[in-house]
Write a protein that binds this ligand. Sequence first.
Ligand code: CMC
Length: 392
Amino acid sequence: AGVFTYDPGFTSTAACDSTITYIDGEAGVLLHRGYPIDQLAKDSHYLEVCYLLLYGELPSAAQLEEFETLVTRHTMIHEQMHNFFRGFRRDAHPMATMVGVVGAMSAFYHDSTDINDEHQREVASIRLIAKMPTIAAMAYKYSIGQPFVYPRNDLDYASNFLRMCFSVPAEEYEVNPILARAMDRIFTLHADHEQNASTSTVRLASSSGANPFACIAAGIACLWGPAHGGANQACLEMLREIGTPDRIPEFIARAKDKNDPFRLMGFGHRVYKNFDPRAKVMKESADEVLELLGIENNPTLQVAKELERVALEDPYFAEKKLYPNVDFYSGIILDAMGFPTSMFTPIFALARTVGWVSQWKEQLADPQLKIGRPRQLYLGATQRDYVDIENR
Ligand code: CMC
C-alpha cells in the first residue's frame, strides 16, 4: 500500500482490457474487431461497422436489415426536447448544445437508464446511435435560425443526416449520393479509436454506475477540446488563416518554436508514430469528393497538401514522428459539403457515439468492473494548524 505508479497523461497505463479496437501506432495499423479500417471505410458502410463494433461480428444480411430498421425507428427525439434547443442562444456552439441535450436525454428516456437491465442497455445504445444525427442537425438548424427538419426513415443514415442539415421547407432537397457516400465514410473513419480521452471519460463516468446518457454527454464534453475532436475545426481554421502556400514556412517555424503555443493542427498523435491510417483514406476521399464536385482547385486543399509535404520533409516533424492525423483532411470534405467549421466536431461526436456505446457496454459486461479512481502524487503543504483570520 502507498506505492503507486506516477503516470500523468496515462502514457503508459492500460486501464482496461478490450476486444473492440486494435491500434499498432508504430506500424500505423487500426483494426476494428480485426478488420482493417481502410477495408471497412471503402467496402463496408457506417451502420454495418456500428453492428460490428457493438456485437463483435459482421452481420448477415438479415441481421443488418433488422439492425438498420431498429436504428431507423428511433431517429425522432421526444417533441418536448425541442424546448431544450430553444433555451440556448442562437450563437451557442453546437457542441455546447449537444452536451446539454444529450445529458437531458436521461430526463426523457427513463425506461432505458437502468444499467443493470440488459434490455434497457440495448435500448439506450440504439437510441443514442439513432438520435445523435437528429440532435446534431437540430443544433445546426437552430444556430442558423432555420426550422428543424424531422428525420426521414426511408433514407440511409448519412443521407438522412445531410437532409436534416441542408433541407429547407421552401424547396425540394435531393441528397447528392456522392456527398452521402463521403459523409458515411467520414462517420466510419471516426467510429471508434480505443481508449482515447473521450472514450476513457465515458468509461470513467460509467464506472460509478452513471446512466448511459450522462456518460455519453461526458464523452461529448471531453471530445470538444482542440487537442482531441476539436482539432478538425481548429485545423480548417488554421488552413484558412495560412491562406496561400507561400505563408507555410512562417507557420512551420511557429509550430517548431517552443516559446509559441501554436501547434500544427491535424498533426501528431499520442499513439500513432507513423501515418494515421484514417488520414490516408481521408486524403483520398477529399481528392475524390472535390474532383466529383468539380472544385479540385480548392485553395484550402492546395495549402493542406503543401503543408503536409513541407512538414513531412522537416527534421523537427520527422524526429518527433508527427504525421497527419484523422482531423487533417476531414474538414476540407466537410467544408466542400457546406458545413460551417462549428459543425465539424459535432459530426465527430455523432460518429464516435457508437464507439463510446460499444466500450460502455463492454465495460458493464466485465465482471471485474471497479470504480475508476486514480491516485495522486501530493505536493502540497504538510499538516499545519488553522490560524484565525485576525492573526493571518
Ligand atoms: N505541432 C507541433 N509540435 C507538436 C505537435 C504539433 N501538432 N504535436 C506534438 N508536437 C511536439 C510537442 O511540442 C512535443 O515536443 P517536445 O517533446 O519537444 O516537448 C512532442 O511533439 C510530443 O508532443 P506531446 O504533446 O508530448 O504529445 P502527446 O501525445 O501528449 O499529444 C496530441 C498528442 C495529438 C495532443 C498533439 O500531437 C497535438 O496537440 N496535436 C495537434 C492537435 C490535434 O491534431 N489533435 C487531434 C488528435 S487525433 C484525433 C483526435 O484525437 O481527435
